[in-house]
Structures are given as structure tokens and as C-alpha cells.
Design a protein around this ligand. Structure first.
Ligand code: 9MR
Length: 359
């Protein structure tokens, strides 16, 4: 019965995709049957978004990228709303993709992702308005005055948020690991003022969008998390609309920070929601059984921490398969960071996620 219910959600676009979808459902069902015996509070659903929503989360999701959408076996999994209830564009809503020249907005690639989410019945996170990377040189080298750059930031954020109408990473990676403000064109030209400008423009463009600050190395307590907590206090005291903190969660196997749950709770206590926005757990290759087993535990730890704090509203993988992970291209000799391997087969990490929701 459960199999029949799940199978009807397979995307019937082509025979390869359909076959992959069926095989994936079967593997999930088998793994969940074995989990059900062990876990004290085994959940009834077998797919990640269905499990997350059953437990009161808004979604379980994944990043995706436009070039990947030609891969039928990949999209058969991506398009399954019970597996992924939310998607994030890994690249096509960034500044270089959306405003390559001043005032010239191009939404074609971003709209492909937005329309995919709509077609699939998935939520969309917008990523991102203001970031020091993938920033066109007309912004970084424009030599603008403070007033000009604030106007540029406001126009960019307002136009993006107004167009896509979703939850947004309004500012991305604005602090260094030591908690100081990152030195880039935005802070060097405007001090901290670009932050309020970006959030206010985003709110004016869409009063319903959830507006986030997003960063890495803020998943555990420490100076960088404290910097964001202070920022939230400051922004709120000034009436600047900030709704959430995105914890990117790009982890290394066996090296998760301690006290993730407490840290999430500390943010929630300040009156914001928290989302795990870019989860992956990389390792030095080759992937051994021991590394994969530790990775399973690490995924479980993160999911359990989010699961146990009601204000942690959802989790997004930074793509679900090693086939399309950003890790090997950035960290030589590292990879295998995702819960699906390069052949789209489930890894032990998938079980870790399910168990994280069950414990
Ligand atoms: O996944 C993205 C990759 O395709 C791009 O080449 C890269 C460019 O910096 O950005 C990656 O996504 C990043 C995200 O936008 C912000 N947090 C870190 C992510 C991994 O680098």
C-alpha cells in the first residue's frame, strides 16, 4: 500500500526517469523498513520532505542548477515533491546572473528554476541578493559613492525579491570567521548601511517574503554566530525587517561543531526563524566504509538538532547527489558530500537523515 501511494508521485516524463524513480522508491522503502525496527519513534513516511512535513517542518529541500535539468534520472528524483518540497537555485538568481549590467535585469535562467518549483508544487528559496562573489565587475569596480551604491543595492534587492516572490537570502556571507564585517565593495563603501538598505528594499518589494541573512561557520556557538546575533538585535532595534538566519552547514566528516541545537535555539530566542540552507558533509576521497558511516552520523546530528527546535523550519541540501556537488571543484581531493552518490544511489547518509528525524 505504501509503495503504491509513493509510486504515483514518480514523474512520468520518460522511461529512464521513471525507472530510476521506481528503484529509488524501492530502496527507500527497504531502508525505512529496517530503520523502523530500530528507531524508537519511526516515522510513517518514506521520503524526506514527507517525513519533515509530518514532523511539522515546512520543507526538506535541495539546491539545483540549470545545467543539471537535462539529466532525466536526476530530475526524476528532484521533481518528486515528497522527496524535496523546496528548491534553491545554486547559481541562476545571483547578481551576475540577474543584473549583468546596471539596470539590465535578466530573469530567464532564474525563472526556469522558479517555474520548476511551481510545476512541482515546491517552495522556492531565493539565493541571493547581496554577496561578494559572483558579483559583476560593474558593481565591484564601479567606484560608486555611498549613496549610489546604496541605491544600486536597493534596486537590485527590490527587483529580485519583487520578481521571484519567495524567501530570500538577502545578505550572504557578510562576516569573516572572526566576527568582523567582511571587507568588500559593500562594506568599504557604505559601512554597515548596505545591510539595512538591502532588507528594507526586499520588504518593500514583497511584504510576505521571509528575509534571511545566510552564512557558514555559524552552526555552532562562537564569535561568528555572536556577530549575527548582535546584528539581529541591532537590525530589530532599528526596525529593519530580518526574519531568519540561514545556517549554510557545509561540514567536514567528523568535524561538526558542538551544540548545534543550542545555537539554533539561541537564534530562535532572538525572534528569528532558522533554516539549514546548504547542507553537505564532505570527506577526503576515497570514500571508505568508515567515512561513510561517520558521514551518516553527521547528517543525523544536524537533522536531529533542527528537528528538535520548532523554530528551525526546514533543511536544504546543497544538491542531493555527488554527481553535481560543488565540493570537488573547490576542494581538491575532497567530495562524496551528498546523500546520493554519483550514480544517484542512496548512501548511508540518507539513513542518517531519516534517523535524525526519527530520534
Ligand atoms: O554551488 C555553487 C557553485 O556552483 C558556484 O560555482 C559557487 C561560486 O562561488 O557557488 C556555489 O554555491 C555557494 C553558495 O552560493 C553560497 N555558499 C557557498 C556555496 C558553495 O560554494
Amino acid at each position: 500500500m505504501v509503495v503504491r501511494v509513493r509510486l504515483i508521485y514518480c514523474n512520468l516524463r520518460d522511461i529512464i526517469g521513471l525507472t530510476m524513480c521506481y528503484l529509488s522508491r524501492l530502496a527507500i522503502l527497504l531502508s525505512t523498513i529496517s530503520l523502523a525496527a530500530a528507531a524508537p519513534q519511526a516515522v510513517a513516511a518514506t521520503e524526506l520532505n514527507a517525513i519533515a512535513q509530518q514532523l511539522g517542518k515546512l520543507y526538506f529541500g535541495t539546491a539545483t542548477d540549470n545545467p543539471e535539468l537535462t539529466d532525466a534520472a536526476y530530475t526524476a528524483i528532484l521533481n518528486d515533491r515528497n522527496m524535496f518540497g523546496q528548491i534553491t537555485a545554486a547559481n541562476s538568481m545571483k547578481w551576475d546572473a540577474t543584473e549583468p549590467a546596471r539596470g539590465q535585469f535578466t530573469f530567464a535562467a532564474g525563472d526556469v528554476i522558479a517555474n520548476l518549483a511551481k510545476t512541482n508544487g515546491q517552495l522556492l528559496r531565493g539565493h541571493n541578493c547581496v554577496w561578494h562573489q559572483q558579483l559583476p565587475s560593474w558593481v565591484s569596480n564601479g567606484g560608486f559613492s555611498k549613496a549610489d551604491l546604496l541605491s544600486i543595492v536597493g534596486t537590485h534587492c527590490g527587483t529580485l525579491v519583487g520578481h521571484f516572490k519567495v524567501a530570500w537570502d538577502v545578505v550572504n556571507e557578510i562576516f569573516n570567521d572572526d566576527g568582523t564585517i567582511r571587507q568588500d565593495v559593500f562594506s568599504q563603501t557604505t559601512g554597515m548601511d548596505f545591510i539595512a538598505t538591502a532588507f528594507r528594499a526586499a520588504r518593500a518589494a514583497d511584504p510576505n517574503a521571509k528575509l534571511y541573512a545566510n552564512d557558514f561557520n555559524i552552526e555552532g556557538p562562537g564569535v561568528k554566530a555572536t556577530a549575527y546575533q548582535n546584528l539581529i538585535r541591532t537590525l530589530k532595534s532599528q526596525g529593519v525587517p530580518i526574519d531568519g538566519i540561514g545556517m549554510q552547514s557545509h561540514f567536514i566528516v567528523g568535524e561538526l561543531p558542538a551544540n548545534i541545537k543550542q545555537n539554533i535555539q539561541d537564534f530562535v530566542n532572538l525572534g528569528v526563524e532558522v533554516a539549514i540552507t546548504e547542507l553537505d558533509v564532505r570527506m577526503t576521497l576515497p570514500a571508505t566504509a568508515a567515512l561513510l558511516a561517520q558521514q551518516e552520523k553527521d547528517y543525523q546530528t544536524v537533522i536531529q538538532a533542527c528537528n528538535e527546535v520548532p523554530g528551525c523550519i526546514g533543511v536544504t541540501l546543497w544538491d542531493f547527489t555527488d554527481k553535481f556537488s560543488w565540493v570537488p571543484g573547490t576542494f581538491a581531493g575532497q567530495g562524496a558530500a551528498c546523500p546520493w552518490d554519483e550514480n544517484l544511489a542512496l548512501k548511508p547518509a540518507f539513513t542518517g537523515i531519516v534517523n535524525g528525524f526519527s530520534s
